[in-house]
Design a protein around this ligand. Structure first.
Ligand SMILES: [Zn+2]
Length: 316
């Protein structure tokens, strides 16, 4: 196949088409500007197409970057959600610990015989009113708006926990003094047996053991312990007398504070001196039969503000 382009003088161009298999020659006359126009059009088309491809590939790159960023943000969001849930759980745990501490403190007070005072009650109420931090698990697909709501809720929880901790610290400080005082009293209180033995004579009126006629007031208790058995102080205190005291024989008197004194009489041996500090359960003497006594035993007395009281009332 052959082609020919012939320009004429009137700004026209003629295409001649000469097929090899046929005898007739075909000619096409076109304006002279058309080939240039077509060439420019083709160049512009190619440039436009190239620009389109360039923009498209650039958009594709941007799209991929955006998708990666969205993926990363989703990962961060998920991990933040987990962190927020952990924080919520932590705040709940701290609240539980605070309540456990509060209950433990109340138990200590109860154990030593201190009733919760009205001021304690008010703090208890305050503690209760400060509650309201509910651990709500975050629903799947929470929006960022939901998340900021949760964060605000957690901030509020921790602020109220800080108040609770401060209130509990105050409560503990306020309770320490009374607890220490009560523990000191319990240590001093003559609550144990001075010697492990049976009581052969109780507190109160009894028949006179010496004359067997009439009655006398027995101002203590008699404990039938064997000779030489160790006698112990029934509470913390200070020895205010240790020596011979007429009918009481070898005697120890201990002051426990709170207006309470105890005495241990008819001993065979004294183990403490006046002025000694003694602890509950500490040995002070040995059982004997000195003074006005009908046989080996310990005569034990408790006085409250100078008046004899029944020692068994103090035993645990
Ligand atoms: Zn007696």
């Amino acid at each position: 196949m052959k082609r020919a382009l012939i320009k004429n003088k009137k700004n026209y161009a003629t295409f001649m088409f000469i097929p090899e298999s046929q005898s007739s020659v075909k000619s096409y006359r076109i304006p002279a500007w058309l080939p240039r126009f077509v060439a420019i059009f083709v160049v512009l088309f190619v440039l436009f197409t190239a620009a389109c491809f360039s923009s498209l590939s650039s958009l594709k790159v941007k799209y991929e970057i955006s998708m990666n960023e969205i993926g990363e943000l989703t990962t961060i969001n998920d991990s933040q959600k987990v962190e927020i849930e952990k924080l919520q759980k932590s705040s709940e745990e701290v609240k539980e610990h605070l309540e456990e501490n509060f209950r433990a403190l109340e138990e200590v007070k109860k154990a030593v015989g201190i009733a919760p005072s009205s001021s304690d009650k008010s703090i208890e109420i305050r503690l209760a009113s400060l509650g309201g931090n509910s651990a709500v698990s975050l629903p799947e697909g929470s929006t960022s708006h939901d998340m900021s709501g949760k964060i605000a809720s957690i901030e509020s929880d921790f602020a109220s926990l800080a108040d609770k901790i401060a209130a509990q610290k105050q409560l503990i400080n306020d309770s320490l003094g009374p607890i220490k005082s009560q523990v000191a009293y319990l240590k001093a209180k003559p609550s144990i047996m001075p010697v492990v033995a049976s009581i052969t004579a109780g507190f109160g009126y009894r028949k006179n053991p010496f004359t067997s006629r009439g009655s006398e007031f027995h101002n203590g208790i008699d404990l039938a312990a064997p000779y030489g058995k160790t006698v112990v102080s029934t509470g913390d205190g200070i020895v205010i007398f240790s020596g011979w005291n007429a009918g009481y024989g070898k005697m120890v008197i201990i002051s426990h504070g709170y207006g309470i004194t105890t005495s241990y009489s008819h001993n065979s041996k004294l183990l403490v001196n006046q002025g000694d500090k003694v602890k509950k359960g500490q040995a002070v003497s040995k059982v004997g039969n000195t003074g006005r006594s009908t046989g080996t035993h310990l005569h034990y007395e408790v006085k409250l503000n100078g008046k004899n009281v029944n020692p068994t009332k103090y035993f645990d």
